[in-house]
Write a protein that binds this ligand. Structure first.
Ligand SMILES: Cc1ncc(COP(=O)(O)O)c(C=O)c1O
Length: 143
């Protein structure tokens, strides 16, 4: 219901990584899905804490290359299930939201595993270790 309202033929949707059925909804709406996860996620043996993160620099490059008016949605998938359930940091969510605001693009959160993502943020993101899970979740959804 959501995607046909915000995506049209010829447009693009960009995500850290689309879950397969979410990607199908983008394509059913006539748009093209672009994955924009950090490079580290592409190497299964590389260990890093927030391997599900959006490559924010590349996100901005794609927006400028395609034209902000042609980007129907940015989708943040938490956790990044297609990259092996890898979490996304709160900092990365904030930076992604800032880019979306800068270009007036809607940010949609594919939040199937948001509680698990909040747990990883509390455990592994230094600036969030004293926050409660509830506070982290509020911040994750407040942009
Ligand atoms: C990130 C993500 N999005 C969406 C879904 C839900 O998919 P569906 O609506 O096809 O059940 C899941 C299910 O695991 C998921 O992990």
């Amino acid at each position: 219901m959501l995607f046909p309202a915000f995506l049209h033929k010829g447009q693009y949707a960009i995500s850290n990584m689309f879950f397969d059925t979410t990607r199908a909804h983008v394509e059913l709406a006539g748009a093209r899905a672009i994955d924009c996860v950090i490079e580290e996620a592409k190497n299964p043996s590389h260990r890093c804490k927030f391997k599900g993160n959006m490559d924010v620099e590349r996100l901005e490059k794609i927006i400028l290359e395609k034209g902000p008016e042609n980007i129907g949605l940015v989708v943040m998938t938490i956790t990044n299930n297609s990259a092996g359930g890898q979490p996304v940091s709160l900092k990365n969510m904030r930076e992604t939201a800032e880019v979306c605001k800068k270009y007036g693009i809607l940010l949609d959160i594919d939040a199937a595993r948001y509680a698990e993502n909040a747990y990883f943020v509390k455990r592994d993101e230094e600036e969030c270790k004293d926050m409660s899970i509830k506070e982290i979740i509020r911040k994750m959804f407040s942009g």
